[in-house]
Design a protein around this ligand. Structure first.
Ligand code: ADP
Length: 462
């Protein structure tokens, strides 16, 4: 069965009310019964005593006459002689009664002069109260009277109590309807889209607060999703745009060669152009793949392992030396032996992008300095890679944008040197993936310093 507020209010009220009414009725009736019984007993004892006092004065025959004439009434009088023989009884002919010598009330009176006792009847309905008095000659006068038993008395109260219960039930039904309506009224007013302003019950505040929090969280998540979706669309549009130019160059050059429009002496130049544009395409595709892998966070912690940054940085500097020499740039490297916990491939790419940028944006004869250090910042050990150049620098208004995808501060230099516009975005993503960050300081025309910081602590170790 479904839970219902009105039903549970009704049942609770009913149970409590019925119990209360019944308990009150039973205890009141019982109390008044015992009260009544006490009075009844006192009365009968007094009657027995005064009868005994009167009878004492008379002979046996006179006693019988007296009992016949003087004491007719609701009570039953029994005169028993000292042998226990019933001499006279106002209710039954004395000769029909057996010897009463062994009756407890008679024995009691012989012992103590007076005895009072109640005999329960078989039918439960009626009890009989006996009071026996011993007379001076050894005979006993017994006065008895029937009365309702407690159960019969309670039974006689059933009708009024039942009526009371019925009234109580009707009252309770009406009350529970009223209460349910009253309780539900403020609840019905709650607007789940905007739950807080309603003046609902104090007790509901935590619930409404939670609904409101979740509502806001949903709104935020929605905004976040929309933003992410927007960024993804923009990224896809940018990727296709970036691919178009090299593809046009490749297909245009290839078409001209195929149609025999290129003089034999120029074929080599066209081949070189096709080769370099396909290299640009390859680099773009690689960067896009790396970024989408990072976006989907498909590199999980299981792929992290201890990696020697010293090895990575020195090898990358070595690999990029030909590029640097081709541009007349000098690359210097010094470093501590630092081990970080992470993805080797990603760290290689991040370091490589920074050093390659420093070379590409340097002027002929420039110096690139790469330093790898272990530093202590606020009690946390960090690996720090600093890549400085004396190149063209970055305008200050571009400084916080260069880590965005496809943002180029110097478009022509980027394209001319084969840039994809994604290098720094990958560096930033890789830094965040390792729990670190990347920052830049630069002066236009004087050079730039990129700083990549990675925490040394193994996050798995906690
Ligand atoms: P790109 O492939 O165009 O170099 P990046 O994401 O690596 O793309 O860099 C973004 C932009 O930041 C570059 O286009 C360039 O304008 C600027 N930049 C990056 N590194 C340097 C540097 N060392 N010196 C000057 N400008 C830089």
């Amino acid at each position: 069965m479904k839970k219902s507020l009105s039903r549970s209010i009704l049942i609770t009220l009913l149970v409590f009310t019925l119990l209360a009414v019944l308990a009150t009725a039973i205890s009141l009736v019982t109390m008044s019964y015992f009260n009544e019984e006490g009075r009844f007993e006192d009365m009968l004892v007094n009657k027995a005593r005064s009868s005994a006092q009167i009878l004492e004065e008379y002979s046996l025959d006179e006693r019988i006459e007296l009992l016949k004439d003087q004491f007719p009434g609701e009570e039953r009088f029994t005169l028993i002689n000292s042998e226990g023989v019933v001499v006279f009884d106002t209710a039954v002919s004395g000769t029909q009664l057996s010897n009463h010598a062994a009756r407890p009330e008679v024995l009691g009176a012989e012992d103590a002069g007076e005895s009072v006792l109640v005999r329960r009847s078989q039918t439960l309905n009626r009890d009989t109260l006996y009071v026996a008095e011993r007379l001076a000659d050894g005979s006993v006068i017994r006065v008895s009277q029937e009365r309702f038993s407690l159960i019969a008395f309670l039974g006689s109260m059933a009708l009024p109590v039942g009526g009371l219960l019925l009234c109580a039930i009707l009252l309770v039904v009406a009350l529970s309807r009223f209460l349910t309506n009253r309780i539900m009224r403020p609840l019905a007013k709650v607007d789940l889209n905007n739950p807080l302003p309603v003046d609902a019950y104090e007790e509901m505040r935590p619930l409404l607060q939670r609904v409101s929090d979740q509502q806001q969280q949903l709104v935020r998540q929605n905004e976040e999703l929309k933003r992410a979706d927007g960024l993804r669309r923009e990224f896809s549009a940018n990727v296709s745009h970036e691919m178009k130019t090299p593809l046009q160059v490749i297909s245009g050059s290839a078409e001209m060669i195929a149609n025999g429009l290129v003089a034999p002496g120029d074929i080599q130049e066209f081949g070189e152009r096709i080769y370099s544009e396909s290299g640009r395409l390859r680099a773009l595709i690689n960067d896009v793949l790396t970024l989408s892998r990072l976006d989907e966070a498909s590199i999980d912690n299981a792929e992290k392992m201890p990696v020697s940054l010293l090895d990575i940085v020195s090898i990358k500097c070595e690999q990029l030396r030909p590029l640097a020499e081709g541009r007349g740039v000098n690359v210097a490297f010094e470093g501590d032996d630092v081990i970080v916990f992470g993805s080797e491939a990603l760290l290689e790419q991040a370091v490589s992008n920074l050093v390659e940028n420093a070379i590409r944006y340097s002027n002929e004869g420039g110096h690139v300095n790469v330093v790898l250090q272990r530093e202590e910042v606020a009690g946390n050990a960090q690996a720090v890679v600093r890549v400085s150049d004396e190149g063209i620098g970055i305008p200050s208004e571009d400084l916080d944008k260069i880590f965005e995808r496809f943002y180029r501060a110097d478009k022509s230099r980027s394209k001319e040197t084969g840039g994809t516009g994604l290098g720094l975005a990958i560096v930033k993503h890789a830094a965040l993936y390792h729990g670190g960050d990347v920052s830049v300081e630069s002066t236009l025309g004087e050079g730039s310093t990129f700083t990549l910081r990675l925490p040394l602590k193994n996050p798995e170790a906690d």
